[in-house]
Design a protein around this ligand. Structure first.
Ligand SMILES: C[S@@+](CC[C@H](N)C(=O)[O-])C[C@H]1O[C@@H](n2cnc3c(N)ncnc32)[C@H](O)[C@@H]1O
Length: 294
């Protein structure tokens, strides 16, 4: 991978003082530039209701795209604070072990509690961590493959922290088929949280059987998305967001074999967009983002 050099990744400071990396391969930062820790805590852990879920005796979490481990770390610190006796299972998916190791090598985990730092350090080298209350596994590889055995076993998470690079950069993790696989691993009553409000993503979630809601993400210009498998009421989408789902931007990414290249996934979607009669997204954008036409 382009990113993997002798020196790994170079930390860059975000708006809340926490550091992130930049991926040359994907052309994106790993976190929102307004604040990496804030993003992990507010847009993932709080949005997925981990403080409430951790009141239970047991809690299972799926961290899709572990990266520097911030979402898992924020979850562990939160659980430790609200209910240290909670028995926690975490399955974390990540394709690039060098990112995980570079975060440790650059000591990016200082704000987390010493216990959490120790867990992240162990995960970076041993890819698992066990204690009387914790069962954590870091599954290295393409999430489209590493998630399949979990789904086949019937493993289910109460909270899914869904954090790939953006759909245009990493379409393979935002397809109808990958959401269908992910939804199989969401417990009834569980919540999936993601930063993306892309119309293609929300359509794919709907086709995967998820109910979606919208919330204003901390430090983000656009709303974030939460999703469930049950019918509990979620914060609704605005009229602007609902109309976005009727434009060509809402044509979802597809990957029936869960092995297609990003280029093939994008090309197939572009072909479908050219053939469809839905409103061009530019018209929606002019209506909502440059003022309403009279
Ligand atoms: C936005 S970053 C995740 C940041 C992370 N949640 C954190 O708190 O640091 C996206 C991550 O997805 C990983 N990734 C990219 N393609 C993947 C794939 N097919 N399967 C699993 N992980 C993938 C990248 O290596 C990167 O670490």
């Amino acid at each position: 991978m382009v990113d993997v050099g002798a020196n790994g990744f170079t930390p860059e400071i975000t708006g809340d003082g926490s550091a992130t990396f930049y991926s040359e391969e994907f052309g994106e930062h790993f976190h929102c530039r307004h604040g990496a820790y804030t993003d992990a805590q507010r847009n993932y852990v709080d949005a997925a209701q981990i403080p409430e879920l951790a009141q239970a005796e047991r809690l299972a979490i799926l961290d899709v795209c572990y990266g520097l481990g911030y979402n898992t770390a924020a979850a562990l610190d939160t659980i430790q604070r609200v209910n240290p006796d909670c028995r926690v299972t975490i399955r974390a998916l990540e394709i690039n072990g060098e990112v995980v190791r570079s975060a440790i090598a650059n000591a990016l985990h200082h704000p987390w509690t010493p216990a959490t730092q120790k867990i992240l350090t162990t995960l970076a080298t041993e890819h698992c961590y066990h204690s009387p209350t914790l069962d954590i596994q870091l599954l290295l590889g393409d999430a489209r493959q590493t998630l399949q055995p979990l789904a086949a076993q019937g493993w289910q998470a109460d909270a899914i922290l869904f954090d790939p690079f953006s759909p245009t950069r990493c379409p393979q993790l935002w397809t109808v088929e990958f959401f269908t696989l992910t939804a199989q691993c969401l417990a009834p009553g569980g919540t999936l949280a993601t930063y993306s409000c892309a119309a293609a993503v929300r359509t794919a979630m709907g086709l995967a059987g998820l109910t979606i809601g919208s919330f204003p993400g901390a430090g983000r210009h656009w709303p974030c998305t939460i999703a469930t498998k049950d019918q509990r009421p979620l914060p609704g989408l605005s009229q602007q967001e609902l109309e976005h789902l009727q434009t060509r931007a809402a044509i979802p990414y597809r990957d029936p074999t869960l092995r297609a290249t990003p280029e093939a996934i994008v090309a197939q979607r572009e072909q479908e967009q050219q053939q469809c009669t839905w409103e061009p997204t530019g018209a929606w954008r002019r209506r909502w983002l440059t003022g309403r036409a009279s």
